[in-house]
Design a protein around this ligand. Sequence first.
Ligand code: ZN
Length: 152
Amino acid sequence: MNKQSSDFSELDDLYQEIILDHYRSPRNQKKLDTVDIAAEGFNPFCGDKVLLSIKLEDNVVEQVSFEGNGCSISQASASMLTNLIKGETLDKARSLYSSFRELMHGTPKETLDDLGEAEALEGVRQFPIRIKCALLAWVALEDGIKKYTNVT
Ligand code: ZN
């Protein structure tokens, strides 16, 4: 069994498919010309790296892209994140971050924002060491927004 399939052997098949689809064809990889928020995340446990770039227009995420490498969960999660925050306000982006973090901690979905495909990562919480992978891009996003809003 290769490493990739062992990451997922316990996850629901449909969820696996969504995650692998994002991993193999990550969304929003086009480099931006102007970057208002750049946020980097690094997870030494499996060497995951994510760099998020956001272009804002009136505090709305007008464009977003990411680059990175690492395990399938970290990269799929980053790809899903970019899809979710595009067109949203920074406040909404932070709220999505909180909801995703809560999802990883087992809070019932009904009380959370709609996380779309990112809900496919719910099963990751059965593997505590992989939660860091799933949260990597999200934590970078939260840090980046915090820094940005503190200086403006
Ligand atoms: Zn990882």
